[in-house]
Design a protein around this ligand. Sequence first.
Ligand code: NAD
Length: 496
Amino acid sequence: MKHVPLFINGEFKSSEATSHIDVTNPANNEVIAHAPCATESEIEQAIASAKTAFETWKDVPVTERARLMMRYQALLKEHQKEIAETLALETGKTFDDAMGDVWRGIEVVEQAMNVPSLMMGETAENVARGIDTYSFTQPLGVCLGITPFNFPAMIPLWMFPLSIACGNTFILKPSEQDPLTPMRLAELFKEAGAPDGVLNVIHGGKEQVEPLLTHPEIKAVSFVGSVPVGQYIYRTATSHMKRAQCFAGAKNHTVIMPDANKEHVLNNLVGASVGAAGQRCMAISAAVFVGEAQEWIPELADRIAAVKPGPWDDKDSAFGPVISPQAKQRVLKLIESGKKQGATCLVDGSDFTVKGYENGNWIGPTVFSDVTDEMDIYKEEIFGPVLSIMNADSLDDALKLVNNNPYGNGTSIFTASGAAARKYQHEVTVGQVGINIPIPVPLPFFSFTGWKNSFYGDLHAYGKQAIRFYTETKTITSRWLENDIPGGPNMTISLG
Ligand code: NAD
């Protein structure tokens, strides 16, 4: 049995923890590793190591920090397949999906390679006679990242490379459900030449997060996960005077206008709704058909019914199992509630299994029509391969529905009308908007954000704006007059 080590001060060491969490293969629930629930003293050691490393790392030239990211990017590319295999085994994702998970993380490392220009400040000459103002960005100190199970490569890579490239040091607390992938990321980071203590990895759950979240040495907290935990992390971190960005749950709608290209809509909706077993924060879980587009619903249901889940190493598998038996029970309960509350179950995946993998957490593709905004399947984030279909009479009605929803992560519209697309992109209260693209995830040189209950924090976000999250700005206003020479400058410094 593999015991997942901690990564503290550049060393992979076994934990002295007395309790462990099973890491399983979701396709058959076999235990593949044990992750420790790190002890208080190990958490203290990780913080102390990150604090000490910060003293030297913050002064390492930005070009050298960028070169570390270049070496890291090359190693991640070289090992992409092997990382994806580990990732597929512990998440159940298909191999192609797992490759995509790693690749989206590599793209963030590429953004971190660009740190010298991203950290550049602003200058203005002669803001008053003989006075110039310029600014620098400086790192904060020790930053913390708490990540969810559903993207164990991409989401840790959203956080620590950018933070570390800015000159911070980092403690990562990955999901206890799939810690093997993040550990491989840490091994390769060390191999790329990361100095000891710049990145530390601690395992466990709530009990391990608590002391990290309240510790005075932690200056900023990045979280991605569910709404209740996101709210708790945001409240706790900010009440301890830390900077916090918390990306939370979602209920993503797509609006289908009758003038849309039918083939394009149906092809795209299959993968966007049940792909990755619906365990994507950007999955489409509600499809709103406007007017005559409602005639396409039976055909969409037939196409989704034809999609078959299976194990990660079978090329024909369209998606894998859900992460755990508890997650499966939760989804099944919601499917049951949909039936009881009056939705029409067009495709029912609640009694689904895969031959040879009967113990796995399988749920087949599931489609409900006639869903209303009062049903639990609409109100709750399902995080399973379940699509809820709703009807609207007009674009205005569809917009009203989407904007009344408390989540605001992603949305999309399918239409041939520029005017309808323009109206939707302008009026919708959601962070990422796709036009004839179902899952509109921007590349890291843009910002990734969320509105309403999908994000708690200020305007800082991953991608481009992450640099602002992980740094402070220092503005310097200086006056150098001819007759000061050769005397010293008359300089004022204000922290902002
Ligand atoms: P989760 O909230 O259960 O766990 C996320 C992290 O928080 C894990 O590391 C976990 O150990 C830790 N945690 C759990 N309970 C805690 C507690 N009480 N106190 C402190 N820490 C705690 O989320 P999950 O099930 O791993 O991931 C799925 C969720 O993540 C979904 O809601 C999904 O929408 C969301 N998600 C959001 C985005 C986004 O960008 N908005 C991206 C991916 C996933």
